[in-house]
Design a protein around this ligand. Structure first.
Ligand SMILES: [Zn+2]
Ligand SMILES: [Zn+2]
Length: 297
């Protein structure tokens, strides 16, 4: 059973769980996320499956869920048919709405660790939902900056270089980027959490998310190791502006970004490149990938 402890020095909460050490770290012979009785999915037929994590980081208070994107072991969210990826978004939205009703949940965090290099212990395409019983430190810090005005709606010199923009979304390199080739995908409209998005915003967001990951794969020439994270605020009356954050751990020429001394010990990030460089490298790839997908739809 996981439990919470608060650090007496920083005030930050940590979740401790003895069971998680027992998790299978390499892919088991029988994939627990493939369909079938006796698997964690527990059914022989599904499109998208959601269930409680067998090795949760939180449980009463809070909870942790797994979202299996497809019944097929070798699928990938970025390459699913558009309708299947849209269904995943609908599931995220539904779970986010449902979990935010719970009194023991302060924050709903939807994310995917893509690839074994980021620690995904099961290859079958899936993401996770952490329903934190507290507000995680990064979100708490960000929330303070939304109290009087929205820094993302203000267009000023601190806006990051824009890679793409349509009627609903903007893709940009964050002005103060923390990870190599980091990108933000955020709605132009000021929306605090997934439940506030319109069906048009969702439908456009689905294809842009897929194209971002495809662009990375094309740029790096491999299946990019990355963390894809939804920053949102589910509290009533939230003044927050949601975004998807794409944080690759690959940084080209076979190299990876490791979190080391400054990041781990001090939480102070050091980026090895600038936003303008990222824009100039990724934009041509984006244009090619996105135009190709547009033609297909
Ligand atoms: Zn599988
Ligand atoms: Zn805003």
């Amino acid at each position: 059973m996981p439990f919470l402890r608060q650090d007496v020095l920083s005030g930050e909460w940590v979740s401790l769980s003895a069971e998680r050490q027992q998790r299978p770290l390499t892919e088991a012979k029988a994939c627990p996320f493939c369909r079938g009785e006796g698997t964690e999915v527990g059914t022989t037929s599904f499109d998208v499956a959601v269930f409680e994590n067998k090795f949760p980081v939180f449980r009463d208070p809070g909870t942790a869920e797994v979202v299996v994107y497809s019944p097929h072991h070798d699928d990938d969210l970025a390459y699913l048919p558009r309708e299947s990826a849209a269904l995943v978004w609908e599931v995220w939205k539904e779970r986010s709405e449902s979990l935010r009703q719970r009194e023991d949940v302060q924050s709903v965090f939807i994310f995917e660790n893509r690839g074994a290099k980021v620690g995904a212990s099961i290859a079958h395409p899936h993401g996770q939902i952490y329903a934190y019983p507290y507000c995680p430190p990064r979100l708490e810090k960000e929330r303070m900056h939304f109290e009087s005005r929205c820094p993302l709606c203000l267009s000023g010199e601190q806006a990051g270089p824009t890679v793409f923009k349509n009627r609903w979304w903007r893709i940009e390199v964050p002005y103060a980027m923390r990870m190599p080739f980091q990108l933000w995908l955020r709605p132009l409209r000021h929306v605090a959490h997934l439940g506030g998005l319109t069906s048009e915003e969702v439908s456009s967001g689905v294809s842009l998310m897929q194209d971002i990951v495809r662009s990375y794969d094309s740029y790096f020439g491999l299946r990019t190791a990355l963390v894809m994270a939804l920053y949102q605020d589910i509290t009533i009356g939230a003044t927050y502006h949601l975004r998807w954050d794409f944080m690759p751990l690959d940084r080209g020429q076979g190299q990876m970004k490791y979190l080391a001394g400054s990041e781990l010990a001090m939480g102070a990030f050091v980026a090895d490149m600038t936003p303008d460089f990222v824009k100039s490298e990724l934009s041509p790839v984006w244009d090619r990938i996105h135009r190709r997908q547009e033609r297909r739809t």
